[in-house]
Design a protein around this ligand. Sequence first.
Ligand SMILES: [Fe+2]
Length: 284
Amino acid sequence: MSWNRQAVSQDEHFPVAVIASDRSLTFSTAKDFDRAWELGIFYLKVPEHLDLESARQFGGELLALDSPYRSIQHYGALEGFIALKNNQQTKVALRRQHWGQHYPAEISEFGRQLDRIGMAILREVFRQSGIPEPLWDDASGGYSSGEGTAFLNFVHYDTRNPDLGLHPHTDYGFVTILDATTPGLQVEVNGRFEDVPVLPGHFVINFGEALHFITAHSERAVGAVVHRVLSQQSADPIRQSIVYFANPDLDGRLWQYDAKGEVKGSSSVQDFFAILEKNLTEYR
Ligand SMILES: [Fe+2]
């Protein structure tokens, strides 16, 4: 398995957004905006105030086999030092409520800055959806105003394991913010996987299943993009990434509204995630 290393112009690939000074998500053309919403993936220019280098450095230190983070405690199945079965991905994963306890102060602050980016993206999705603003908080389990759940994960790929980097899947939450150092990410577009080249100075943003669910009956629904990471070889530079997930509260509810503000459906987050998990298991 290999990927196309040729440079691809941005026009042919994925649209690029910025967070404007009024904190809104902005694309240079309406066409780019439409394409981002249609694909469920786009690049976002890394805001200047963000100390990405320190976060990358912190992530790099986790590669050391004697890193204390390798013995970090587990909180359930989703948090702690995790090596996924049948995938090369290995990570330290923590929810926002545990950042302060385990991550250095500047890394917790970095996570809070990503919170603000996640909120800006989610609020733009809501604006486009026509769902009345007073309902955004309910619909997103509090995330749109700074609550909900967020994960800040530091990832690398263990090439001693011959599997795919990460098997095809959709993300479960609202929005994923990804910083990756090397190629390997692919997304499914019209039934085939396409490379998502590393664009220096930019995050990759993708939409998840919970966002699809809460916008499904609105004026502008968004979809969750299927993606995977190709198998990383030991001769490649070690693929490291920082991944932030904007999620609903795991013990909360998701609500579907139309643009008139009428409830069209709802699900507990636990039931919703359990169904996704079952489908994923069957898919494999
Ligand atoms: Fe993912």
